[in-house]
Ligand binder design. Structure first.
Ligand code: PHB
Length: 395
């Protein structure tokens, strides 16, 4: 009698746990090798830290499985192949990650075809989110930082030269800055687009130096490329010629500041995230990061985009009690907002599925303990929707 009661209870428990057990599979694609391949872990760590802190909030029986894949840098063919395998073979519920624009663009049509929501946690060319209704972006667009940067710079400087990496985000950053700067009365003396990989820095920097602009505005992808720009700017005598270096925050990415050294001091940037931001939610984020990964480790803007992306994914999982429908998931993404992200208040624009966020003016300074940091000076623009899409609407 007793035994059979136990057996029945066990069978019921088994059946109910089977009924409520659900594994959400997330195909996570980023770069662990190739150009700036050290950046992938800044995204993956944020995702894993978020899951660790918040998995107890998941509906009972719901688990998350992260399938990580290396797209090997800006490599659209590889990214497409990985996404295809994750969708068809591994049957992921969601895709997430991706540093580079060409990779995000290559994946977008697959998301439409298979109805798989894709949370873009870095890639920043404006047009990306128009390529599939199953895309939502928790990172940024280059227009969001570079347009207000141009407007701000026009108040301080008369002439500028622009230098960008010759691919999507570089073109966006160039166009946005020039628009903001010239609308404010500034004059652009010249613009140069340099190869994404291994440009001949000496030749390009000399060209800028000869033009004698007040400022050089640069966009290159964050990571080791940013440190290369900084070193060449200094070594080739642009700093000593009195030219100011400015750009979106990609050029002073937080994790590279210790490698850049004193050349970075005084560089002014506009961006949505700094590890030195003193909002309580950011302090908690940075403290948790250091506790988990080491006292000398720092999150960067790729980490912030990934952290908030996971928060958005969690909202969708919780609201649907662990059973994800792609169209419902997208509706939840479109309504997402968080007044307390590490970067400040954020939301998703339901019309464009792009993030809405503040932009801060920052200066690289030495702070307590001799550390170098992107110190936020002021908020130059609040609740910024992707300016490029706003301009398209007016056309
Ligand atoms: C991009 O490819 O969209 C991209 C890459 C690196 C950045 C920003 C944007 O720092």
């Amino acid at each position: 009698m007793r035994l059979s009661k136990i057996a029945v209870a066990a069978a019921v428990a088994l059946a109910s746990s089977a009924a409520f057990s659900q594994t959400i599979k997330i195909g996570f694609i980023t770069s662990y090798s190739g150009l700036n391949g050290n950046l992938g872990p800044y995204m993956e760590r944020a995702v894993r830290l978020y899951i660790k802190q918040h998995e107890k909030e998941l509906p009972p029986g719901v688990k998350i499985e992260l399938l990580t894949r290396d797209d090997t840098g800006p490599n659209p063919d590889k990214a497409k192949q990985l996404a295809q395998e994750l969708i068809v073979r591994d049957k992921v519920d969601l895709l997430a990650g991706v540093i580079f624009t060409p990779n995000a663009l290559a994946i977008a049509p697959l998301c439409t075809e298979a109805k798989v929501p894709f949370v873009i946690m870095n890639a920043g060319t404006s047009v990306i989110t128009t390529r599939s209704p199953y895309l939502a972006r928790t990172s940024f667009t280059l227009w969001q930082a570079s347009y207000p940067l141009g407007q701000w710079a026009a108040k301080k400087f008369k002439t500028a030269y622009t230098l960008v990496s010759d691919f999507g985000p570089g073109h966006d950053s160039e166009e946005a800055f020039i628009k903001g700067f010239t609308e404010g009365g500034g004059k652009v003396l010249g613009s140069v687009r340099v190869p994404l990989q291994n440009p001949d820095w000496a030749a390009y920097m000399q060209r800028v130096k000869d033009a004698k602009p007040d400022v050089l505005k640069v966009f290159i992808p964050a990571g080791k490329t940013a440190t290369a720009v900084m070193k060449n700017f200094s070594d080739l005598g642009l700093a000593s010629a009195g030219i100011k270096l400015i750009g979106p925050g990609d050029i002073t990415t937080d994790e590279e500041l210790p490698n850049m050294g004193d050349v970075a001091l005084g560089v002014l940037t506009v961006h949505h995230y700094s590890a030195a931001g003193d909002r309580p939610a950011n302090k908690a984020f940075v403290a948790a990061w250091k506790k988990e990964f080491g006292a000398n480790e720092t999150p960067n803007f790729l980490s912030a985009g990934s952290w908030d992306g996971m928060d958005m994914i969690f909202q969708a999982i919780k609201a649907q009690k662990g059973k994800l429908d792609p169209d419902k998931t997208m509706e939840i993404f479109k309504a997402y907002r968080n007044p307390n992200s590490p970067r400040g208040p954020i939301s998703i624009d339901p019309e464009t599925r792009d993030i809405v966020q503040n932009e801060y003016l920052r200066e690289v300074r030495k702070v307590a303990g001799g550390r170098v940091a992107n110190v936020e000076l002021e908020t130059v623009a609040t609740a910024v929707k992707d300016p490029w899409k706003e301009l398209q609407k007016k056309k």
